[in-house]
Ligand binder design. Structure first.
Ligand code: HEC
Ligand code: HEC
Ligand code: HEC
Ligand code: HEC
Ligand code: HEC
Ligand code: HEC
Ligand code: HEC
Ligand code: HEC
Ligand code: HEC
Ligand code: HEC
Ligand code: HEC
Length: 488
């Protein structure tokens, strides 16, 4: 027992001696501590201090000299107080050198300065002499702590304030980009992300988890983490991570389903930004699920006609009263698939039959059945017309006008698929009717062309026979003349 105590005391003494010698040479810190200035006080909590670094590693000079002038002389490499890009360059002298960082036993990325310079914050500031931000703007100086330390200005609960110092300052932002909104923080605080962040939950999204830290880019830049084609993956970093989301008990399948949906395929595989990304439905900063009554507004920003028809339909009130989420009730939200005629009608796989039965909500049932019959008959008339037109075309007949009308019939079919959303039999019949009339006109023309083709073929046959008979007669006639001349 006693022995162990002796060893412990000896070890403590050794450690104290070692640290005393390690810093004995550091006159910068010794003298500045005596001056009791803010920098040396703060520096005691600085991660660089804890890694054995000191004033000289950023400011230069001779740390061994007790003489103030000698210690802080230009000759000894003292640079004074760095300004502008000088600041970031000092940080980069270690942080951008993987080899240097490794020497300190660090495996950290070494791309911060490189990324910062190519980011939107790497543009020149209004002075025209330096970048908009330096490392110290976000990390401070002399009290720098690990980014995982709750005291760090870039820790999730603090970063919102760090970014908003500039981004909520209208006068400041106007001096750079008058068209840039300054409402991000206000909106963010209304979102589930923001509300939980304000209450101390460090695991919801904050500015940096959506925008990045050193490589922040304009939202219009295709390399931005919030550019439409990259955004779903940015949200999925958390929302598809079962571990992150475990505590919240909400599904983690949104990205997976979205990727399979007609929207996801259009956006992520065809790179067509006309299709919605997560934020088109959930908002950018005020991210929240659209409430029941606003679903059709969200979808309606792109599918305006469907939304207008729906709003004027009997379903609008019926769904809102029952708290059914409008478009989502029939189409879903993340896994919206291409719509087909199968959705319509009273067969088991039709959506209508989920609520309408022949003995319950029967009017809707009857309308659904009729609508399906109508669209089926338009489909088959169009099919028939197309077959006839193809046939006539193959036989070399001129039918360009009929083909043109066929396009009108197809148009009517597309319109009728939208018109479904009126859930009104008469309006639907109108559109479908036009298509059917058009298709039967095309069919008639097809028939006529094909008849003409056969008529011409028969005509040609008769003419061939007549000509052949004539030719044979002529031959026989000439032979007879020859024979009679021989006989003479
Ligand atoms: C013997 C005391 C002493 C020593 C040693 C010393 N300093 Fe200082 N230092 C001062 C005093 C006093 C000031 C303020 C003087 C002034 O305002 O010009 C100062 C100012 C500074 C400033 C601010 C300069 C400015 O232009 O505002 C920096 C940076 C600095 N010291 C860094 C260092 C570094 C790095 C070392 C070691 C290489 C060091 N000091 C060593 C006493 C010391
Ligand atoms: C990791 C780099 C780093 C280290 C280490 C460091 N400084 Fe600094 N120091 C800076 C930077 C950058 C500035 C310039 C502006 C600022 O404060 O952000 C600065 C500014 C200063 C200033 C001027 C402050 C003012 O407001 O004008 C003093 C004084 C100073 N440092 C003293 C020290 C002393 C003393 C130490 C050691 C205890 C030290 N610094 C360690 C980076 C460092
Ligand atoms: C002399 C080399 C050196 C200089 C100069 C330097 N750093 Fe560091 N910095 C380090 C080392 C070493 C670490 C510890 C790395 C580790 O723990 O893996 C570190 C850690 C950090 C961390 C904490 C990272 C984390 O989350 O653990 C930040 C932030 C940081 N530095 C910012 C700066 C800034 C800002 C400047 C410039 C004002 C700067 N550094 C200048 C060497 C340096
Ligand atoms: C716009 C604010 C901002 C600026 C400017 C900034 N950082 Fe950071 N930095 C952050 C944020 C936020 C994190 C946390 C990143 C994360 O958790 O992914 C971070 C993380 C770090 C880390 C931890 C390792 C890493 O890369 O994640 C280091 C080291 C670091 N920064 C150094 C620097 C240096 C050096 C500079 C200047 C070249 C700098 N930072 C400029 C916001 C900033
Ligand atoms: C020192 C002030 C300042 C700080 C701090 C700051 N920014 Fe900026 N930021 C700007 C300025 C100025 C611009 C505009 C550059 C331009 O367009 O000319 C900008 C641009 C942006 C843009 C691009 C906007 C667009 O679409 O064009 C984003 C995104 C952004 N900042 C996010 C952030 C985030 C996230 C943070 C915190 C991690 C942050 N900023 C911290 C000043 C700042
Ligand atoms: C949930 C993800 C998310 C969070 C959290 C977030 N943003 Fe954004 N931010 C976006 C998206 C998405 C856009 C717009 C993309 C677009 O226009 O297509 C955007 C756009 C911006 C813009 C460009 C101007 C604008 O408002 O459209 C700035 C500046 C910006 N954000 C700053 C911030 C700041 C500061 C914070 C923290 C208070 C923050 N953002 C938090 C996702 C986010
Ligand atoms: C840093 C992780 C993170 C990122 C990135 C993130 N979120 Fe979240 N999000 C969360 C957490 C955690 C919650 C809280 C869940 C809860 O309380 O139900 C949440 C909540 C939500 C909710 C509300 C869910 C509910 O409770 O009904 C929506 C909607 C949402 N996020 C959408 C998005 C979108 C869209 C993006 C991308 C633009 C995004 N999130 C990015 C972590 C994240
Ligand atoms: C076409 C619009 C649309 C798109 C795109 C979309 N969502 Fe949703 N999201 C919704 C609707 C509608 C709800 C359900 C709201 C309700 O029922 O109150 C929802 C619900 C959610 C919820 C709440 C939990 C849940 O699963 O019900 C989260 C989290 C969420 N979405 C995240 C995302 C993410 C992440 C993406 C991108 C990968 C995304 N959403 C894309 C419309 C959309
Ligand atoms: C940002 C615009 C946008 C938003 C918001 C949007 N969509 Fe779409 N949607 C599209 C685009 C573009 C396509 C076409 C994909 C394709 O077929 O090329 C599409 C396709 C569809 C289809 C398949 C159409 C077909 O012909 O089969 C349905 C169904 C659909 N969306 C329903 C919805 C619903 C429901 C919502 C709201 C929850 C919604 N959309 C929100 C742009 C949007
Ligand atoms: C009561 C069920 C129901 C509701 C509610 C509903 N739809 Fe549909 N939707 C359908 C059916 C059925 C079809 C397929 C029609 C067909 O192909 O015959 C369809 C087809 C579509 C199509 C593809 C046809 C076209 O118009 O291009 C889009 C897009 C669409 N719906 C969007 C929406 C939007 C947006 C809303 C909300 C405003 C909505 N739907 C509400 C049942 C519904
Ligand atoms: C989620 C349940 C639900 C689905 C799915 C649904 N409806 Fe309805 N529908 C209702 C309710 C509720 C009413 C209100 C009157 C009632 O109870 O019959 C209604 C009313 C109607 C009406 C007006 C009836 C009247 O009394 O004037 C028509 C027409 C109609 N639906 C057609 C359809 C068609 C066509 C489909 C499929 C594309 C469909 N509905 C899908 C629930 C639904």
């Amino acid at each position: 027992m006693k022995q162990r105590l002796v060893i412990l005391v000896a070890a403590a003494v050794c450690a104290a001696l070692w640290s005393a010698t390690a810093f004995a040479g550091d006159q910068c810190l010794t003298c500045h501590e005596a001056l009791d200035d803010a920098q040396s006080k703060l520096f005691k909590s600085d991660i660089h201090f804890r890694k054995g670094l000191s004033c000289v590693d950023c400011h230069g000079g001779n740390p061994k000299s007790e003489d103030m002038e000698a210690a802080m002389s230009k000759k000894a490499g003292f640079i004074g107080v760095p300004k502008g890009d000088e600041i970031s360059k000092i940080c980069a002298s270690c942080h951008s050198e993987a080899e240097t960082m490794r020497r300190f036993g660090s495996q950290m990325p070494s791309n911060q300065w490189e990324n910062l310079q190519t980011s939107v914050h790497g543009k020149l500031s209004t002075t025209g002499k330096e970048h908009i931000l330096q490392c110290t703007t976000c990390h401070t100086s002399h009290g720098i702590v690990s980014v995982k330390n709750p005291a760090s200005p870039v820790y999730p609960l603090n970063v919102v304030k760090t970014c908003s110092k500039c981004h909520s300052n209208a006068a400041y932002m106007r001096s750079y980009n008058p068209s840039l909104p300054v409402d991000q923080l206000d909106k963010y605080l209304t979102s589930i992300h923001g509300m939980k962040n304000a209450k101390g939950d460090a695991h919801t999204a904050e500015c940096a988890s959506c925008h990045g830290s050193h490589d922040i880019r304009s939202a219009k830049d295709v390399k931005s983490k919030v550019y439409a084609t990259s955004l779903p993956a940015t949200c999925a970093n958390c929302h598809s991570n079962a571990r992150t989301m475990k505590a919240y008990k909400i599904p983690t399948d949104q990205f997976e389903k979205f990727s399979r949906s007609v929207h996801g395929v259009t956006l992520l595989q065809k790179n067509d930004v006309a299709a919605p990304a997560c934020n088109d439905c959930h908002g950018n900063h005020g991210a929240a699920p659209p409430g029941v009554e606003s679903v059709s507004k969200v979808c309606g920003t792109c599918h305006a006609l469907n939304a207008d028809l729906f709003s004027a339909s009997p379903h609008k009130k019926a769904f809102d009263d029952r708290k059914l989420p409008e478009c989502e009730t029939c189409h879903g939200n993340h896994e919206i698939v291409a719509a087909t005629d199968k959705l319509l009608g009273v067969s088991p796989d039709a959506v209508c039959s989920r609520c309408h039965h022949d003995n319950e909500s029967a009017k809707g049932y009857a309308v659904a059945r009729t609508m399906r019959q109508l669209i089926d008959s338009l489909e088959s008339s169009e099919q028939r017309a197309r077959t006839l037109v193809d046939d006539a075309e193959q036989k070399g007949m001129e039918i360009s006008e009929a083909k043109f009308k066929l396009r009108d019939a197809r148009q009517a079919r597309l319109q009728s698929r939208t018109m479904v959303h009126s859930f009104d039999e008469e309006k639907f019949r109108d559109v479908v009717g036009k298509g059917i009339v058009m298709a039967s006109m095309v069919s008639e023309e097809g028939h006529r062309s094909i008849d003409e083709y056969y008529f011409r073929r028969v005509g040609l046959g008769i003419a061939t026979v007549v000509i052949t008979i004539l030719a044979i007669s002529l031959y026989l006639f000439i032979k007879r003349i020859e024979r009679s001349q021989h006989q003479q």
